[in-house]
Every structure is written in structure tokens, then in C-alpha cells.
Design a protein around this ligand. Sequence first.
Ligand SMILES: [Zn+2]
Length: 224
Amino acid sequence: MTYLNINATTEEVLNKDGYVLGNFKQHHCYHCDETFRARKSAAADDGNVVHRRCLDGYAEALREARRIATRISDEAKMVAQRARHESTIEQRGTDMAAFASFDNRAAGDPDSDLRKDWNFFHAANRALERADETLAKFAARLTSDPSHAFEWGMDAIAASADKKVFGQIAYYFERGLSVEEIKDLTDKEVYRGARSPARSTSPISNLMEQEIVSAHVRATGRPY
Ligand SMILES: [Zn+2]
């Protein structure tokens, strides 16, 4: 004779040919595994039958099990993300400037993902190069004619903001982040800058903050 548990609350008794001889309610608590006395049982959230006195303990155990399942799934997502970043690094390398200096046509089909990535990183790299040129000119003027240099100081502030924002993109490139992931991070920065605008007592600090938000908007590469 074989006992087959068909669900949490019912057992079937089968003969050797698999013929059902009868079934009866499961008589052990799902939580503590002791037998039920009289009718002191209750169904938990997930349908399993437990003692009334075990209901709270079982509910807590269930929540803990779900917490652990969530953590395991979060960890699995992180492992998958890391693997994706590593394979991106294998494809692109870690040097954004080197990737951007490839001939555009080498990326092939203009609608291919690699070509779109190339367009994004090429623009970021150009912004970094222009920022370096502007800052070099500013540094030279600062030595030769300081007061005149500051008359053109806005350019240097914008270039400093570009250097910070597009330098961050070069770092994301190095870590293997996709263009989509980078745009998500950049969008968050734009949102943060708009939500808490610069209100420092230092005018230069406010200008710098504004230029950083503006650079983040340009970094998203969106046409509006
Ligand atoms: Zn129990």
C-alpha cells in the first residue's frame, strides 16, 4: 500500500495498481508537524492547514522565506548584470577614447546596436576633447592675462562641468555599462538637479551646478 500526498491538506491511499482506495484530510500541522486535536486548525495565507496557535508563527516563517527568496533573486540579478558587463568589456574594451577613435564605418550597419553605442561614446569623447582644449586655453590666459581670462570664465566653467559629466561616462564605459544603463543614471542626475536647484551663496558654485545639469542633459543625447 502507498500513501500519496496530493496536496497540503489531503492524502490519498492507493493500492499497488494505483487505484484510489480512499482519501482523508491531512492530520498534521504544516508548521509544527504535530497532529490536530478536535477542530483547532486554520488555513494559512498559502492554503496550508496549521494549528490556530501556529498561525502567527507560520505566517512569520512564510514572510521570512519570501524575504530570503527575494534576496536570492536580487543576488541572481546582480550576478547576471556583472556577467553582462564583463562580456561588454570583452567587446568594447575599457578605453572610451580608443573605442571612439575607431572609424565609424567599421561599426557597420547604421541601425546596429554597436553603431548606436559608437555614436553615443564618440559624442561623449568629443565633448571631453573640447573641454580639455577650452581648459588649456583658459589656463594659458590665466597666466598671461588673468582679468581677461575671467571675462571668458563662463566657457571654462562649462568645460569643467563637461569634464566632470563626460569623464563619469568614460568611467561607466570602463565598467562595461550599456548606453541604456548610462542614460538611466544620467536621467536621474538631470531629475535630481531640477528637483533641488543650486541655491548656494557662492555665485560660482551656482553657475557650476547649473552647467553640470546642462551637461547631464546633453549627455543623455536626447534631441530635446
Ligand atoms: Zn502546529
